[in-house]
Design a protein around this ligand. Structure first.
Ligand SMILES: [Zn+2]
Length: 214
């Protein structure tokens, strides 16, 4: 899930327009940034299972980025950092919510592989990706609601607003392709590197598109 997390970030960004919306989107994606970094560092792992072409779901061992405990830690840490950078209490709280929203959405779609605290603790996940059409419809709704919530009432120039909508619909389409017909990634490291690059490009593009004149 990439598009859905971005949709939540957009919706949350609507509540603090003095901060570039890309900050909230990056917060909503933070746990995945950690995940791919930790995979490159060898601290977490991803495996492409034999049935990948039918499920399109890699198997993760990700206690430091995606356990409930880790998600709470990263949410509070990011909220504190942003509160320091933007001395406005609301931005800090919104960032905390944005980071933690990632875990909630992942717990909805992943199979029961998100540990509560790591190691041998129970793993949770409602496995909505086992019903992919339903999962993709829900993700599309999140993106559309997020776009509507953010663009409506924003001070974006018309061209940037159109670009923002087009970019997000494109990411939604790519997410749908990735979860249905895309080929298996060549390796875990290639998957991690390309995913990190994608996240950086998406956040950079959103930072530019999300700039307001005031
Ligand atoms: Zn995730």
């Amino acid at each position: 899930m990439l598009a859905g997390h971005i949709g939540v970030g957009l919706a949350i960004g609507r509540w603090e327009r003095r901060v570039n919306v890309a900050v909230f989107v990056a917060a909503a994606l933070l746990l995945d940034v950690m995940l791919w970094l930790f995979i490159l560092l060898g601290w977490e792992s991803v495996r492409i299972p034999a049935d990948f072409l039918t499920t399109h779901q890699p198997e993760f061992v990700f206690p430091y980025s995606h356990s409930l405990l880790a998600a709470l830690f990263w949410s509070v840490a990011a909220g504190l950092v942003v509160r320091f950078v933007y001395p406005r209490a609301r931005a800090g709280w919104l960032i905390l919510v944005a980071v933690f929203s990632h875990w909630l959405l992942d717990a909805l779609v992943h199979r029961a592989e998100l540990p509560l605290a790591g190691g041998a603790t129970p793993q949770v996940g409602l496995a909505l990706w086992g019903h992919m059409p339903v999962a993709l419809v829900i993700e599309a709704v999140i993106v559309l609601v997020g776009l509507f919530a953010f663009v409506r009432g924003s001070k974006l120039a018309r061209g940037r607003a159109i670009g923002l909508v087009a970019l997000n619909l494109g990411i939604l389409a790519l997410t749908a392709v990735g979860m249905t017909v895309a080929p298996a990634p060549p390796s875990a490291l290639a998957m991690a590197a390309s995913s990190l690059l994608t996240l950086a490009v998406v956040c950079g593009a959103l930072a530019w598109l999300g700039k307001t004149e005031v």
